[in-house]
Design a protein around this ligand. Structure first.
Ligand code: ADP
Ligand code: ZN
Length: 304
């Protein structure tokens, strides 16, 4: 059987037909058009999905359900996208109801990082684990928490929004209202913002890492600081959840082994308990498809 995976993001929506092995049989993406209503955008998604099924001659009798991943805050109890900062025109949108205008399949809905964690459990780096944290460091920072063989979703699907745990209250104002949030100081966006401020010209996070690797002292200092913020975040998660491993994905995690070595060394010294200190910190396996496979995993894998 197949699941229809729908991964909603601020710039694009990925749609995929994913088989019960976790393989993507077909996929397409639509740009997220914020100038039309979310209901109209879902109409486009439904049309693209129907076309995908048609092109690949997959009858609806083979569809086990639809899985949707979306940025939080969401409310899975109510089936609503609540107030994601990058999707302002979708605030308080009843996404499940909107999809039900077109489809009769069961619909599963979780936040995107939680879904990506399930993907890593299903066909990625976490297949043999019963307790792990999946952390994504990209435009923002988020996590999926897997504990006792289950996803920890929280009451409304918002567990794991670690981008807004406070790491350094002296580090400045996050848009959430707190000071010094993890995401405000260590996401790809945060790296670019700080580098731009230091150098007085527009710099991306990728360029920041390149400059640091070439020996640029101020960029090296910034990168070291970001790595140590991420390491502090990892220790907080290890002390809180006692995971077997921490898996890190997202664009910033592509920077390479230095990040993982820094975290491993910091965790080795600073996690509270001896078993925590040796928690392996490893790269995610699925990278750019994690969201889509995760959405489909919500259908194929029993997770709660
Ligand atoms: P999204 O947030 O849309 O899921 P990504 O996971 O690609 O997208 O994350 C985007 C962020 O990661 C950007 O801030 C980008 O600059 C940064 N990034 C992407 N690729 C790399 C890389 N190879 N090295 C360092 N940073 C990267
Ligand atoms: Zn915040």
């Amino acid at each position: 059987s197949y699941a229809i995976g729908i991964d909603i993001g601020g710039t694009k929506i990925a749609i995929g037909l994913v088989n019960s092995q976790g393989l993507i049989a077909a996929q397409t993406t639509l740009p997220t058009d914020l100038s039309i209503s979310p209901d109209e955008m879902i109409t486009r998604v439904a049309n693209a999905t129907t076309q995908l099924l048609h092109e690949h001659a997959i009858p609806s009798s083979l569809i086990a359900g639809i899985g949707v991943g979306a940025p939080g805050p969401i409310n899975t109890q109510k089936g609503i996208i609540v107030e994601p900062p990058n999707l302002r025109s979708w605030w308080n949108f009843s996404i499940i109801q909107s999809l039900q205008r077109y489809f009769n399949f069961p619909i599963f809905f979780e936040n995107d990082a939680t879904a990506a964690a399930l993907a890593e459990k299903w066909v990625g780096a976490a297949q043999n684990l019963d307790h792990f944290i999946f952390m994504t460091i990209s435009t923002g920072i988020g996590a999926g928490i897997f504990a006792h063989g289950k996803l920890l979703t929280g009451a409304t699907g918002n567990a794991g929004d670690i981008g807004h745990i406070v790491i350094d209250p002296a580090a400045g104002h996050c848009n959430c209202g707190q000071d010094g949030c993890f995401e405000y100081i260590a996401s790809g966006t945060a790296i670019a913002r700080q580098a731009t401020q230091i150098l007085g010209r527009q710099v991306t996070s990728k360029e920041t890492f390149e400059l640091a690797a070439d020996g640029h002292i101020e960029m090296k200092r910034l990168v070291d600081q970001v790595f140590s913020y991420i390491a502090i975040g990892c220790v907080t998660l290890i002390n809180t959840f006692d995971p077997e491993q921490v898996i890190i994905g997202g664009g910033v995690s592509q920077v390479g082994t230095a990040l993982f070595e820094t975290i491993q060394s910091y965790v080795g010294k600073n996690a509270l308990n001896p078993t925590g200190r040796s928690t392996p910190i490893i790269p995610a396996q699925l990278q750019q498809n994690a969201g889509l496979i995760g959405a489909a995993a919500l259908v194929h894998v029993s997770y709660n």
